[in-house]
Design a protein around this ligand. Structure first.
Ligand code: SAH
Length: 254
């Protein structure tokens, strides 16, 4: 396969089986291919479906409503995160929350769990349902842009008091008022040391809303197995804290 085809600028996540030699229906992408990207017949695109491979496809039919391709090659990709990190992000003002979704996907978050906490701006959890289609589109677009093969999962929003750590997971709470708490980096290093030659456990990270986390919230979650950590002496905006923490965890643990 000429490398030129693999440098095709356009990558798309397709929730369908892909196999070299097969034709593939690209109807969901037709409008974007024609009207937005102005691609033409015989152009190549790269398709991913989450199976850890990327597929090269040549466009064989192309209208604004219908499109199909012929899959000509495949190759393994190593861009998907090798550790499982769930970000429990307390809801933020829309543009900040969506920024965390996009950048968190690029950095390697596997699952986003929106949380409504005492000081969340947006309440209740049910009010967030109208955002899900938009949020999923942001996750899919960020997945395609950064070269991952599968988008992160997106949970329904939950109240902070309902949170429970997934079985076997190690949970960190980033708390701006933490005293005598380890840094996130040191706490992550300790998790890796405990894991030894084994892969680390699934990781969970909770970051508060613009208004911060209350003592009651932190004490309740700490009593349910979450480890309180500090991100240092400065008070970071929630979106800064989220992305800095993800970067630390991916660097230390992945
Ligand atoms: N409005 C609050 C700060 C909220 S910061 C105040 O001015 O005190 C939003 C969230 O980012 C916090 O709830 C926490 O989860 C995280 N965060 C910010 N700075 C942090 C720090 N130095 N250590 C740990 N977590 C931090």
């Amino acid at each position: 396969m000429k490398d030129a085809a693999w440098t095709a600028r356009h990558r798309f996540f397709l929730d369908a089986p892909l196999r070299v030699g097969d034709a593939c229906c690209l109807d969901p992408l037709a409008h974007q291919l024609v009207a937005v990207l102005r691609l033409a017949l015989q152009d190549t695109v790269v398709l991913v479906n989450g199976d850890g491979f990327e597929y090269c496809a040549i466009l064989t039919t192309l209208t604004v409503r219908q499109a199909s391709g012929q899959i000509t090659a495949m190759r393994p990709v190593h861009t998907d995160p090798r550790i499982h990190l769930t970000l429990y992000q307390c809801t933020l003002k829309q543009d900040k929350f969506e920024w965390v979704l996009q950048k968190g996907t690029e950095l390697g978050v596997s699952r986003f769990a929106p949380v409504v906490s005492r000081r969340s701006v947006v309440r209740p959890a049910a009010a967030l349902r109208t955002k899900y289609a938009r949020w999923r589109a942001i996750l899919r677009e960020a997945t395609e842009q950064c070269g991952r093969t599968r988008p992160p999962m997106l949970d329904e929003a939950s109240e902070w008091s309902e949170l429970s750590l997934p079985p076997g997971a190690h949970g960190f709470i980033a708390w701006e008022a933490a005293e005598d708490a380890p840094s996130l980096g040191d706490a992550a290093a300790a998790v890796m040391t405990a894991a030894g030659a084994q892969p680390p456990p699934p990781l969970a990270l909770l970051v508060g809303p613009e208004g911060g986390l209350t003592h009651d919230e932190v004490n309740h979650l700490a009593a349910h197995g979450w480890q309180v950590v500090t991100l240092g002496p400065r008070i970071l905006r929630a979106e800064t804290a989220a992305l800095a923490s993800i970067a630390v965890l991916m660097e230390r643990c992945e």
